[in-house]
Ligand binder design. Structure first.
Ligand SMILES: Nc1nc2c(c(=O)[nH]1)N[C@H]1C(S)=C(S)[C@@H](COP(=O)(O)O)O[C@H]1N2
Ligand SMILES: [Mo]
Length: 418
């Protein structure tokens, strides 16, 4: 172990991550009123970075987006047991759509006693279980709900057990909804996406664990769908029914809200901390996060301008003097947080090597952190903006600036220098 490593081991997780990265990269001074750091810790940035949340979200910190009256996870244990929302009583039906049937030889139904139960799912898990990291994000909410390692059986494994033969174009799926059709929350995927994992995507899974723990009722347990590249509305909780259909169009509940239901996760940046009070000519530590969407993340940039002094003919500020922030590196082993056993990435997690280190960074479909020190400024009111540039060089809010395909707007944070 290097001396510097031994010294740093005793420091806080993110401080350490940040220091190692800054030491290696030695980011040079920036133009545009922002500068980086040399290979020593800037005390003011150290504090801000040390206060950052862990990379993986603790289980009780995930935010909940659940419909239903009552919401299924608020039901008593007794009631949940009665309606199939416990591991002991859960059953999954996989059938053909009555109106546009896929021909399947072995439907799984409650009436014939062939519905999939939890022990049968665990049997499949013995040979087919996969796990991957993913940030859960609601298309309609600006900030992510939580990052974790989701574990499950690929949905295609269960579908193949029903022996589909022909007329299979789409998968519809929904969960428990108090047995009221009006409360049904449903989603759908093309058959191709479920049967084949294109572009190196992890599979769509029937998920039963999050960060190594059984999926709680609030997170959609005992079993929910998780779609790696999609917004949260595709990841149906309290899963009870899968319907194979020859209908070639989406039937997602989110269509009713004018949403673009084919939109993969977008890349965007947001600020987490700016000091509460800033003196004139005092350097300003800033931290934030970036969601890494389908197009990856090349850099995070910041831009400060005097309040109200923005150009009026450049809505996305492409001509502004943006400066690069530093994207924090991956946590060290044992420092991932999120209530993971030993705070470590479990073995055989997709996208990680044998030592539990991510194979690529910043990792797609996760939420990474960034930090930057702004140069001191004269007294006045300012606006800070941050944006991402994805791996294809597309700066936020491009390539898809439309709100109903997910948040991409450039964030605005006001601050005052006294
Ligand atoms: N059955 C069911 N599944 C659901 C929902 C729901 O209301 N009912 N909400 C969806 C939406 S809109 C989102 S964003 C995610 C949120 O997942 P979380 O509550 O685990 O954070 O769950 C999805 N799955
Ligand atoms: Mo959502």
């Amino acid at each position: 172990m290097r001396d510097s490593d031994r010294f740093l081991r005793d420091h806080l997780l993110v401080t350490r991550r940040f220091f190692v990265r800054a030491g290696i990269v030695g980011v040079a001074a920036f133009g545009g009123g922002v500068r980086g750091w040399a290979d020593s810790l800037e005390p003011e940035l150290n504090d801000a970075v040390a206060r950052l949340e862990s990379f993986m979200t603790p289980l009780d910190k995930f935010r909940d987006v659940s419909r239903g009256s009552p919401v299924p996870h608020s039901l008593s244990e007794e009631k949940r047991s009665e309606v199939g929302l416990t591991r002991e009583t859960w059953r999954l039906e996989v059938t053909a759509d009555q109106d546009h049937p896929t021909r399947i030889k072995q439907p799984m139904t409650n009436s014939s006693g062939t519905a999939l139960d939890f022990p049968a799912l665990m049997k499949l898990a013995e040979t087919h279980a996969v796990r991957f990291a993913k940030v859960m994000t609601c298309l309609n909410i600006g900030c992510p709900l939580g990052t974790g390692i989701w574990e499950g059986v690929p949905l295609k494994v269960v579908i193949w057990k029903t022996q589909p033969v022909e007329n299979f174009r789409r998968v519809f799926y929904y969960g428990y909804h108090n047995n009221e059709p009006k409360q049904m929350f449903r989603s759908s995927l093309p058959a191709g996406r479920v049967l084949e994992d294109v572009y190196d995507l992890p599979p769509v899974i029937l998920c039963y664990k999050l960060n190594g723990a059984w999926l709680t009722p609030e997170r959609g347990g005992p079993v929910r769908v998780v779609v790696p590249e999609s917004y949260g509305f595709k990841s149906i909780k309290w899963l009870s029914h899968i319907v194979l259909t020859n209908l070639a169009v989406a039937n997602d509940t989110y269509i009713e809200g004018n949403n673009d239901v084919d939109s993969p996760l977008k890349t965007f940046a947001a600020t987490l901390s700016v000091p509460p009070s800033i003196a004139a000519n005092q350097r300003i530590p800033v931290t934030g996060y970036a969601q890494v969407g389908i197009s990856g993340l090349r850099k995070v940039q910041v831009w400060v301008c005097r309040k109200g002094a923005e150009p009026t003919d450049d809505p996305y500020f492409v001509t502004a003097e943006w400066s690069d922030a530093t994207i924090l590196p991956a946590p060290e082993s044992g420092k991932w947080g999120g209530d993971l056993p030993d705070s470590t990435i479990p073995a055989d997690t997709l996208g990680f090597d044998n030592e539990g280190r991510p194979k690529t960074w910043p990792m797609r479909f996760s939420k990474v952190h960034w930090a930057v020190i702004l140069d001191g400024l004269p007294a006045g009111e300012y606006t800070l903006r941050s944006r991402t540039v994805d791996e294809k060089g597309q700066a936020q809010p491009m390539p898809r600036p439309f709100r109903k395909s997910g948040h991409a707007e450039i964030e605005t944070v006001g601050f005052v220098v006294k």
